[in-house]
Write a protein that binds this ligand. Structure first.
Ligand SMILES: NC(=O)c1ccc[n+]([C@@H]2O[C@H](COP(=O)([O-])OP(=O)(O)OC[C@H]3O[C@@H](n4cnc5c(N)ncnc54)[C@H](OP(=O)(O)O)[C@@H]3O)[C@@H](O)[C@H]2O)c1
Length: 288
């Protein structure tokens, strides 16, 4: 994996990925691994950029969807089978209240951070998953899908010599990646059916059906990190119903490589991120 691929800032509108729709659908599941009836889901972090597609596709497949968000008013979807609840993974009772006991729980939680500024601390993933698991145990839920990232498997420990933003982000965000990595390590100890999702760089484009998966390993040959929200959602929902990925960390790539300034626009990404809400590590401090 190249270093630029783990730059997790993103933008839903302005990133022009130039994605070819040449489809080689690469996640090779045997049909028998999937259950016939789509499982109901609880999406935690339902205002995440990746949430709308999961909610939309999940509802279209006939699932009941519960969307848990700190800002339920920002979920922006309505459907007879969609329940939107206010919740915070730092408040365990709010998670418990959102669960019935038979759903697959999908966590999309993550911090909104400015990649130009060093993160002082990060425990959202480890604390969050601990509280989610506590709530699941109380309600009887069996399957948890957590979202980490490509790059979480090797956290940077030395400050890069390059001052390129994408290199600095690995350094500035190393506590975030360390927290993701710690969450990943915790997963087997919970005794649940778990799936670790490690998406690449997600963008808003039509589904390209070009995912390349790596199970418990690094990037497949010839892959790139750019994946669409639509393809990510499609995979997440398939994996929710499948036994194929249980107990595994699935790195999600595509056939699209990153070309900064060509198919990805850092400034546009940052503006979009700032518009979504305050950065946890302080946007003002980042101004040059
Ligand atoms: N997007 C990418 O390209 C990409 C790439 C690699 C990995 N990832 C990871 O994949 C996951 C989903 O990505 P994303 O871009 O869709 O996420 P995102 O847009 O960064 O949204 C993160 C979500 O987590 C929520 N959240 C934060 N703290 C919370 C708390 N204490 N309780 C409940 N919810 C909380 C946020 O709520 P608020 O809206 O209230 O802040 C938001 O809904 C994240 O873990 C992200 O780091 C994303």
């Amino acid at each position: 994996m190249t270093r630029d691929v783990v730059f997790r800032a993103f933008n839903r509108r302005q990133i022009l990925a130039g994605t070819s729709a040449s489809a080689f659908a690469l996640f090779g599941s045997s049909p028998s691994a999937f259950s016939a009836t789509p499982k109901n889901i609880v999406v935690i972090g339902a205002t995440a950029q990746s949430a709308p597609e999961i909610i939309k596709q999940g509802l279209a497949q006939g699932r009941k969807v519960t969307a848990l968000a700190r800002r339920p008013e920002a979920v922006g979807a309505q459907h007879a089978n969609l329940t939107i609840v206010k919740g915070d993974v730092r408040e365990p009772a709010t998670i418990e209240a959102a669960l019935k006991g038979d759903e697959v729980v999908i966590s999309l939680i993550g911090p909104r951070v400015d990649p130009r500024v060093e993160l002082e601390s990060m425990d959202l993933y480890t604390v969050g998953v601990h509280n989610i698991v506590g709530a699941m145990r109380k309600k009887g839920n069996k399957r948890l899908m957590v979202t980490s990232s490509i790059g979480a498997e090797h956290v940077v420990t030395e400050k890069p010599k390059s001052t390129e933003l994408r290199d600095m982000w690995l350094w500035n965000g190393r506590k975030l990646y360390a927290d993701m990595a710690a969450m990943e390590k915790m997963m087997p100890s919970f005794g649940l059916e778990y799936v670790i999702l490690r998406p690449g760089f997600m963008i808003e484009r039509p589904a390209a059906h070009n995912l390349k998966l790596a199970i418990d390993s690094t990037a497949p040959k010839g892959s790139g990190p750019i994946i669409t929200f639509a393809d990510f959602a499609d995979f997440v929902l398939k994996a929710a119903d499948s036994t194929e990925y249980v107990g595994k960390a699935v790195s999600i790539f595509s056939d699209q490589k990153t070309e900064w300034g060509k198919n990805l626009d850092f400034d546009a990404m940052l503006k979009m991120r700032e518009a979504q809400g305050p950065m946890e590590n302080g946007p003002k401090a980042a101004r040059k």
